[in-house]
Design a protein around this ligand. Structure first.
Ligand SMILES: *[C@@H]1O[C@H](CO)[C@@H](O)[C@H](O)[C@H]1NC(C)=O
Ligand SMILES: *[C@@H]1O[C@H](CO)[C@@H](O)[C@H](O)[C@H]1NC(C)=O
Ligand SMILES: *[C@@H]1O[C@H](CO)[C@@H](O)[C@H](O)[C@H]1NC(C)=O
Ligand SMILES: *[C@@H]1O[C@H](CO)[C@@H](O)[C@H](O)[C@H]1NC(C)=O
Ligand SMILES: *[C@@H]1O[C@H](CO)[C@@H](O)[C@H](O)[C@H]1NC(C)=O
Length: 476
């Protein structure tokens, strides 16, 4: 077993010890492995395990100490965070672990420490949709695959690198988990398989996605994703078709890809080429770690470990949907109306809040409209109708609406929606002449936004499809 320094020194103490150890240049980290090596997800097998005060657990299999020789460092191993029942002492033990790469705070002896504020920040994981339990195993197999198995031995995930000459695996100082062959060529790297996070030095190739997780305690990918297209860096909600809530456009380029560097997120026309567009970001402080994560509210947030304060801080919100944060697709839930960042339902007669104490959870029509999948209408079926909401806008762009009609009036717009079983809402927009407007049909209604007259110099009405009449009430 590796000798480990249990020194729980913080702040200046760590700095002093760090300097002493730099002088001795003693490596305490263990960043590499060779085939075949197996790691069981137990405290006994992974001696370097740490329980955090919020109930999170880190069990490190590989660890790369920060080049400064202490501070936020990348570890590969099993991580359990945000599990229900956390909160120090009395909580239920972790049942769901991710096999992945996380930032953990280390002292100069490569001991994971700062158990209150330094909770592991998972930046990549193999099994986000299927967390594994106590006793699961990860193995870098003799034939060079990295395989995750459940405690019962079922394969949960594998890198698919068997037979490709993998000679070793390492966690690098930039957070990339890399498998290389005998000539040190990269066979597989976690940077090519992003989850919801990018770290500095990582790129997002064209077509690749960051997919937000589902909720506080569910890592599964949700419907929100960010992707690099030939003509823009864009964020969407999955729907039929996907609805776009953010785009940073550029001249069409089939090789365009995004790169996260110290101080910027840049879209380049080819590797090593010219920038097509750049988003300036706060520079990464020396000796610290920064990452950006697409979150379940649709924001792409930049986080940095602050040694001054010894905690993670959100340092930037990278996307800026037009015109403001009310244009995030789930800000007020489905059918919720966002007005100056406050949520409400479109109207009390036809909608009710899903949870009236939490208006941002959204609303449901009291009489839901028929859909294309609805069974054939019974006798005296309630035909759909449209509820018209004046001065209401919708985030989805015209390019990504289900259908767009040009040079139409409001009646034609409403008729188009009523006549299409896939249409759940129509947005009618015009400048001066109501007979010369645009009509955008939507297949699904996410959050709506109250118009701000000082920003929108056009008229917009949302026509929302609901069923005819009042909802049937059971009378006993
Ligand atoms: C393998 O390549 C990496 C960078 O690509 C380099 O840092 C490392 O030193 C190389 N290892 C060997 C054994 O050549
Ligand atoms: C997690 O979210 C996914 C989809 O977003 C859902 O299918 C799954 O049931 C959720 N899991 C739990 C445990 O709630
Ligand atoms: C990032 O860039 C800034 C200056 O632009 C520099 O001071 C800082 O040390 C850099 N950070 C890292 C981690 O290299
Ligand atoms: C899911 O992402 C949110 C931010 O979007 C984060 O606060 C939360 O910790 C994540 N949950 C898990 C289980 O990782
Ligand atoms: C349409 O917009 C114009 C100015 O942009 C405004 O004067 C007019 O009242 C609006 N009409 C409606 C129906 O909202």
């Amino acid at each position: 077993m590796r000798r480990r320094h249990a020194a729980a020194l913080l702040g200046a103490g760590v700095l002093a010890l760090g300097l002493v150890l730099v002088a001795r240049a003693q490596p305490y980290d263990y960043p590499t492995a060779r085939p075949s090596t197996a790691w069981a997800n137990t405290d006994a097998a992974l001696q370097h395990h740490v329980a955090y005060t919020d109930g999170s657990v880190a069990r490190a299999a590989l660890l790369r100490l920060n080049p400064a020789r202490f501070g936020p460092s990348f570890a590969f191993g099993f991580f359990c965070i945000n599990h229900r029942g956390g909160g120090g002492g009395g909580g239920a033990p972790c049942a769901g672990f991710l096999l992945g790469v996380a930032v953990v705070y280390c002292n100069s002896g490569a001991g994971i420490t700062v158990v209150t504020n330094g909770v592991p920040q998972v930046v990549w994981s193999a099994n986000r949709a299927s967390p594994v339990g106590e006793g699961a195993t990860a193995e870098l197999t003799a034939d060079g695959d990295l395989v995750l198995k459940s405690p019962r031995g079922a394969v949960v995930w594998s890198a698919g690198t068997a037979g490709r000459g993998v000679a070793g695996m390492s966690i690098n100082s930039d957070g990339n988990l890399v498998m290389v062959d005998g000539s040190n060529r990269t066979v597989w790297q976690s940077f090519d398989h992003p989850t919801d996070t990018l770290v500095v030095g990582q790129s997002l190739r064209q077509g690749a996605r960051l997919t937000a997780n589902t909720s506080f305690d569910n890592w599964s990918g949700s419907r929100i994703y960010l992707t690099v297209a030939a003509d823009g860096l864009a964020a969407y909600v999955t729907a039929k078709p996907p609805q776009r809530y953010y785009v940073l456009g550029y001249n069409k380029n089939a090789a365009a890809y995004a790169m996260y560097n110290n101080g910027s997120l840049t879209v380049l026309d080819r590797p090593g080429g010219q920038p097509l567009t750049t988003v300036q970001l706060p520079a990464v402080g020396a000796g610290t770690v920064q990452y950006m994560r697409l979150e379940y509210d649709g924001h792409l947030r930049l986080y940095e470990w602050r040694s001054n304060g010894m905690k993670w801080e959100a340092v930037a919100d990278v996307l800026h949907p037009y015109p403001d944060d009310c244009a995030y697709p789930t800000v007020c839930g489905a059918y919720g109306v966002c007005t100056d960042m406050q949520c409400s339902c479109p109207d009390a007669a036809n909608f009710r809040a899903i949870d009236f104490r939490r208006p941002n959870r959204g609303c449901v029509p009291t009489a839901p409209p028929p859909t294309c999948r609805s069974p054939p209408p019974p006798r005296r079926a309630r035909a759909p109708r449209l509820l018209s909401l004046r001065d209401m806008a919708y985030f989805n762009s015209r390019d990504t609406s289900m259908r767009t009609l040009e040079r139409v009036n409001e009646e034609a717009c409403k008729k188009a929606c009523l006549g299409d079983c896939a249409c759940m809402a129509a947005q009618f927009v015009y400048g001066f002449d109501p007979n010369d407007g645009y009509c955008y049909l939507q297949s699904e209604v996410l959050s709506l936004e109250t118009m701000r007259p000082e920003i929108f110099h056009y008229n917009s009405t949302m026509h929302i499809k609901i069923a005819q009449g009042k909802s049937p009430r059971r009378l006993f």
